[in-house]
Write a protein that binds this ligand. Sequence first.
Ligand code: SF4
Length: 500
Amino acid sequence: MARYDKKQGWNKTHLFIQKSLDKINKDIPKKNKSIIITDFGSHHFSNANFIIANSLRENGFDVKIRPLSECKPATPDYWLVSILTVQQYLDIPKFFKKINKNPIREKRDDKTIFIAGGYPLGSNPEPIADFFDLIGIGEYDDIGDMIEDDTQFYRPSEYDVNYEEDGSVKDTNQPKIKKRFVSEFTSDPQLMYGKFFQTEISRGCKNKCPYCQLGWGRPYREVDKTKFFNIARKIRNFKSNKFNPWSSDLFGVSYIKEFMEFSEKYNIKTDFGSVCLNRIKEIDKIRGSVNLRIGVEGISERLRMILKGKKITNDELIEDIRFGIEEKNIGTIKLFFMYNYPTEDKDDIYNHKEFLMGLRSIKKRFVLSLKYTPIQPLPQTPFQFNKFVETFDNLIMIKEIDGEIKGMEKNYSKVQRFSFPDTRAFFTALERGGRYWSDILLKKPNKDNWKELITHIINPQKLLDYRKYENIEPWDFIDVGFSKRQLYEIYKKRNGIKGV
Ligand code: SF4
C-alpha cells in the first residue's frame, strides 16, 4: 500500500502506473468531470484504487485521491469511497461529517454522486445502502469505461426492503443482480517501500473452504504466465531485493514453482503470505530464515475435518512444522486457528492441548505465534447457515491450557493473540445485516451497545442464530455465480446433516 504524507502527498511509489499515466494523460481528450477517490484505509491507498484511478484518468476524468484524514467539503461529479473491511463501515458517518454532507442519501440534495465499492459490499451491501447513491458489487478495474452508466451498479434507492424479527427479508422488490468480475486484471506492480514490490498474481481461491469469502466471493483466475514473468523481469532489472506476488493461496498458482526458481536464481526474497495447511513441504526453495503463516483453522482433528474437509492429524501437522523448522530453516511459524465452532466442546480443546504438547518434540528453537479468532458465519459462504457462538467458555479453556503448558515448552517461545467473541458478534451482525444498520451506524455502535441500539428493529440473538434455507437473506439478491442450494448442500455435508 502506498503511504500518504501530509506535506508531500502520495509518495513516489507507483512508478509503473504513474509513468504510464503521465504519458497517457497528454493525449487524452479531457471530459471535464471531476472525481475524488477516498480510501477508508486512511493512511494507505490500496493497489486496487490506483488501478481504478488509472482507469478513470485513461478515460479523461480529472481524478484526485484523498485519504479519509484529508477529506474536506467539495462538490466533485463523483465521490468514490473504497471500503475494504466491515470495520470501516463505522467510518462512514465520520466521512460525511468531514465533507459537510448529510450521510443519508434521501436527505442529501447534492450534485455529487456518491459511489461505494470494496470487498465486503460484494457479499452484502445492504448495511450501508442508505448512505450511497450507487454501490459497486464485485470488480471495477475497468470503471473508467462505464462510471457514467449507472446500470453497472447497485442502486439502493430503487428498492424497498422490510425485515422479519430475525433479520431475514419479509418483502422486497429487489431484482437479482449479477456480481461483476473482470476477465483480465492489471497486475501492475506496486512499490511498497525501499525496493520491495508487490503485485497481484491471482484472484479467488481454488480451495473454497466453507467459511471463507475469499474462496466463494470470486472465481479463481491467475495472471497470464508470460505477462507475470515480464513484470518479474522488470522488477529484477530494477534491482529489487524483495518481490511478493500476492494471492489468497500462492501455492495454488499453476506456475509458482517456476517463480520460486526465478527468485532463487536472482536472489529475490519472497514472502509466501498465508500458506494453506499441508503445503509446507511444497516450499522446497525457501532460503534463509523466514516467517511462515499457516491457516490451520480447526483447533482439533475433528474440527479440521469439518472446516477443511480432510483428516489432518496433530501428528501430520507437527511433522510439517518440524520439516519447516529443522530442514528449511524457518524461524517463526504463525498458526491461525478458529474457535467457537457451534459443535466445539471440551474434547476438541484437549485435542488442541495434545498438539501444543507435541510441538515439544521439534529439535530446533523457533518462535511459535498462535492466533485464535471466533469463526464467523459469513454471507455467501456455506457456513452462512451456522450460528455465531458468543460464549467466552471455550476461550477461557484454551487460555487455561496455554497457562498449563507455559514453561513446559522446550524449544519454542510462544506468542498468542486472541480475538474476542463479543467484538466478533458485533461485526458478524453487521455483515449479516440489512439496511436498518445505516441508521444504527449513525448512533456510534460498538460491541457493548449494538444489541440495545438494534433491538427495536430486530432481535439480535436471532440474527446471530442458525439460518433456515427458506429464509430470504438480505444478500440473496446478489448472484455470485453459484446457488444458495449449492452452499446449503456443502453446509449440510460438512456438518453431517441429513435430509432437506
Ligand atoms: S485456502 Fe485460505 S483463502 Fe483459500 S478458501 Fe481456504 S481459507 Fe480462503
